[in-house]
Design a protein around this ligand. Structure first.
Ligand SMILES: [Zn+2]
Length: 199
């Protein structure tokens, strides 16, 4: 249980003392079918850790509904924020607003990140005590939604003297993450959460 400031469930949170985006579902967890509306605001640097860097310029806002199911909690959420990107042509940094919706299953007994059922694209996560920790869900959705080759404007002319380098060095961090996310999604077993948390 976590009351007050200390998070007992997330090693990253404990180490860094950072805010993580989570929803307290203790009020609905014992009542299948009940749901809970929530709105959380996350600090801008929550996704700046480790290899999964997604720089966000301002805090992100997550609004959604958590529903108690027989095996855990189902979450549907809408996320708004601003990502800090680097233009793939002129290499200038710029901010891009994003808004996306995502969903995830938070299982009491975590099985695997993806369901074995065909055509089921909802990702699975582990419930952490009485909390749904939304960071990974948001991060995955965000990585998939951001452009592989960000452009500060559609008609960006790029760096004149470096135009010949345009293609080199490209698959940006986001491009690579996209490929990784796709590979990860195709695995049927092995929890990537453990890796993320450094367990
Ligand atoms: Zn540009």
């Amino acid at each position: 249980m976590t009351q007050g400031g200390t998070c007992l469930y997330n090693p990253v949170c404990q180490m860094e003392g950072k805010t993580i985006l989570k929803v307290d579902i203790s009020s609905i967890i014992k009542d299948i079918g009940s749901s809970l509306a929530f709105k959380e605001t996350g600090s801008s640097d929550i996704f700046m850790q480790g290899d999964d860097k997604v720089p966000l310029a301002v805090p992100i806002v997550v609004e959604g509904v958590a529903t108690c199911t027989s095996d855990g909690i189902y979450i549907q959420a809408n996320i708004k924020g601003v990502a800090h990107l680097t233009c793939s042509r002129c290499l200038r940094e710029y901010d891009q607003e994003f808004e996306l919706s995502c969903e995830g299953r938070f299982q009491k007994r975590f099985t695997s990140p993806v369901s074995s059922e065909e055509g089921d694209f909802v990702e699975n996560f582990a419930l952490e005590g009485d909390f749904c920790v939304l960071d990974d869900m948001i991060k995955h959705e965000l990585i998939l939604s951001l452009p592989m080759k960000p452009l500060c404007s559609p008609d960006c002319k790029g760096l004149e003297e470096h135009e010949e380098y345009e293609v080199e060095d490209e698959p940006t961090a986001f491009g690579r993450k996209l490929l990784e996310a796709i590979e990860e999604g195709s695995k049927t077993n092995g929890s990537t959460k453990k890796k993320d948390l450094g367990i």
